[in-house]
Design a protein around this ligand. Structure first.
Ligand code: SF4
Ligand code: SF4
Ligand code: FES
Length: 273
């Protein structure tokens, strides 16, 4: 779980940003791009336009920092590492869930304003900072890693690799943001979302884990709500194959356990003897 902070210009700038943060006066001689940034909270807000001088290599987070340093010290954005590792700077750039520190300004049309808005699936605290605390509540419902007492922790490399994919997660919540079950249908009461099916997959596929989370998958996580659109996999900055490798196998496990007629018949017959 990442440690996250809401930062304004009172706090240290990111490594290397100082050089790229030209002053407002320098801006006149630099290439300029326009950003439209959401300013406000969950009740009221608007897109506000800022012209930012652009230097080679700048990312969207650099542009936000330039605005903080030169025009709007109160502009709130969450970030920590500025290297795609902490998962804190998740926003929507032109409507696409993205890490602000990993999107170069050069990827965007300089003639068209870039919109930067907070993740739409969660309530807005201020400007670009959402309240993601619901995610941590879901996390609490998952039975933790449960090895047998006599587990020897010797297993095949292929088993290590299978579980390792899911442990790459940086908890950016971009997958939670894009998932229509949460975003458009607001099924937070019924569906844990892709991030937590990734976490449970990492536990299930660990060769030494012994817990049975099938009931959690079905009833608490609501894995049946996923209709395999793969939007979550598309936005994952760690390239985790969320749908194919984490969610579908867990759907299959639930089906095997609860809905396979042969299995139910076997179980019923065994009850007769
Ligand atoms: S594949 Fe499932 S979890 Fe991923 S975005 Fe689609 S519905 Fe949501
Ligand atoms: S699974 Fe990918 S998109 Fe989802 S929280 Fe983890 S790193 Fe982010
Ligand atoms: S600031 Fe850490 S991932 Fe962007």
């Amino acid at each position: 779980m990442s440690t996250e902070t809401t930062q304004t210009t009172d706090e240290p700038a990111a490594t290397g940003v100082e050089e790229s943060q030209a002053t407002a006066e320098d801006a006149v001689s630099a290439t300029t791009m326009t950003l439209e940034i959401y300013r406000g909270d969950d009740d009221v807000g608007e897109l506000v336009e800022y012209d930012v001088p652009v230097e080679e290599g700048m990312v969207v987070l650099d542009a936000i920092h330039w605005i903080q340093a030169n025009e709007e010290p109160e502009l709130a954005v969450r970030w920590n590492c500025k290297s795609g590792r902490c998962g804190s700077c998740s926003v929507e750039i032109d409507g696409m869930p993205s890490l602000a520190c990993m999107k170069r300004l050069s990827e965007y049309d300089p003639e068209t304003p870039i919109t930067v808005t907070p993740m739409a699936t969660f309530p807005v605290v201020k400007d670009l900072v959402p309240d993601v605390s619901w995610n941590y509540e879901v996390n609490e419902t998952i039975e933790p890693f449960s090895p047998a007492e006599d587990a020897d922790f010797e297993f095949y490399q292929e088993d290590v690799e299978r579980a390792r994919e899911f442990r790459k997660c940086i908890e950016c919540f971009l997958c939670q943001d894009v998932c229509h079950v949460l975003r458009e249908h607001d099924k937070k009461e019924s569906y844990a979302g892709p991030r937590y099916l990734v976490r449970s997959a990492g536990l299930h596929f660990h060769p030494e884990d012994t817990a049975d989370r099938t009931e959690w998958m079905k009833d608490d996580a609501g894995v049946g709500f996923c209709n395999i659109t793969r939007c979550c996999s598309d936005v994952c900055p760690e390239d985790i194959e969320i749908t194919d490798n984490a969610i579908i196998p867990q759907k299959e496990r639930v089906v095997d356990e609860y809905y396979d007629p042969l299995r139910r018949l076997r179980s019923w017959l065994s009850g007769l003897w």
